[in-house]
Ligand binder design. Structure first.
Ligand code: CP
Length: 302
């Protein structure tokens, strides 16, 4: 089993991950051995705080060993091919968690038959979305299908993964981006093919949105995107998450996957304010990732 994007999981499996993550969060002592004797390679081409630490801690808490591999040291596609790296890792380790520039690198890493988990690529950030969904579920312990979720910013990997998760679970999601910064057209087509009746709207004018329970935003300049901030600010500033927006939409939860660019996409007042669940969201990375690993390796053990 791989987790390259949330397209890899059926709705039932997403619900299973969220339920298991909640159980692991409540009763961590019951899940200390599922990775016993197993080593997982963490191959990262990009910087990370939350993803790296939560995977390393999670793997250790499940009884396994995490081996962090800085891609500059390993040299994927330069020192040796991605496929050769995967085949060699298969000699010693039992899985690969990878943060990569291109989604295609993940599919190539999967060639060796080791489970591969996407720790962020240009198109998807599935572990982040699972943590987002768990956080929303904890904030609204009702049928999630009645919660109005609003994502504001660039239609980036975090946004696209959230869209797949929302479509799979039949959630109400509105995505508002500047006109030239929406989700990828090819991605939108694939989403429609997988979920023809999804309830996701993509808009470009924030004044078209009358209400949201959850407001979610992310950086306006993604990692690896070299767009200068002075070009970005005039385009994105009308999409800033600030107290006026929260008051107008009567939102009750604010999310951000972090790292935040304070007073750009979100103000200090909101990020540090009473509606902010960003640290709960960051903490939940640990539990959903442990749940994903548990499900992958239980499958192998079965
Ligand atoms: N949200 C997230 O993926 O954080 P890092 O980039 O620090 O891992």
């Amino acid at each position: 089993m791989n987790l390259l994007s949330l397209f890899d999981l059926e709705a039932k499996q997403i619900h299973q991950v969220l339920k298991l993550a909640g159980e692991i969060k409540a009763h961590p002592a019951g899940y200390q051995t599922c990775l016993k004797g197993r080593s997982i390679a963490l191959l990262f081409e990009k910087p990370s705080l939350r993803t790296r630490v939560s995977f390393e801690v999670g793997i250790q808490q499940l009884g396994g060993q995490a081996i962090y591999l800085d891609a500059q040291m390993v040299g994927p596609g330069q020192r040796e091919s991605i496929e050769d790296i995967a085949r060699n890792l298969g000699c010693w380790t039992h899985g690969i968690v990878a943060r990569v520039f291109q989604h295609d690198t993940l599919t190539r890493l999967a060639c060796a038959g080791l489970p591969v988990v996407n720790a962020l690529c240009d198109q998807h950030h599935p572990c982040q979305s699972l943590a987002d969904l768990l956080t929303i579920q904890e904030r609204y312990p009702v049928d999630l299908r009645v919660v109005d979720i609003l994502f504001i910013g660039e239609g980036n990997n975090v946004c696209q993964s959230l869209m797949v998760g929302a479509a799979a679970l039949d959630l109400k999601l509105t995505v508002v981006t500047p006109a030239a910064f929406g989700p990828n057209e090819e991605f939108l087509q694939k989403l429609k093919e997988h979920f023809p009746h999804h309830r996701i709207q993509v808009k470009h004018d924030l004044t078209d949105v009358p209400h949201a329970d959850v407001i979610y935003t992310d950086t306006w300049v993604s990692m690896g995107d070299h767009r200068p901030i002075e070009e970005t600010l005039p385009i994105f500033m009308p999409y800033q998450v600030n107290q006026d927006l929260i008051d107008r939409l009567q939102a009750t939860t604010v999310l951000h996957c972090l790292p935040a660019h304070r007073n750009h996409e979100i103000t200090d007042q909101v990020l540090d304010g009473p509606l902010s669940s960003v640290l709960q969201q960051a903490e939940n990375r640990l539990y959903v990732q442990k749940a994903v690993l548990y499900m992958i390796y239980q499958e192998f053990a079965a």
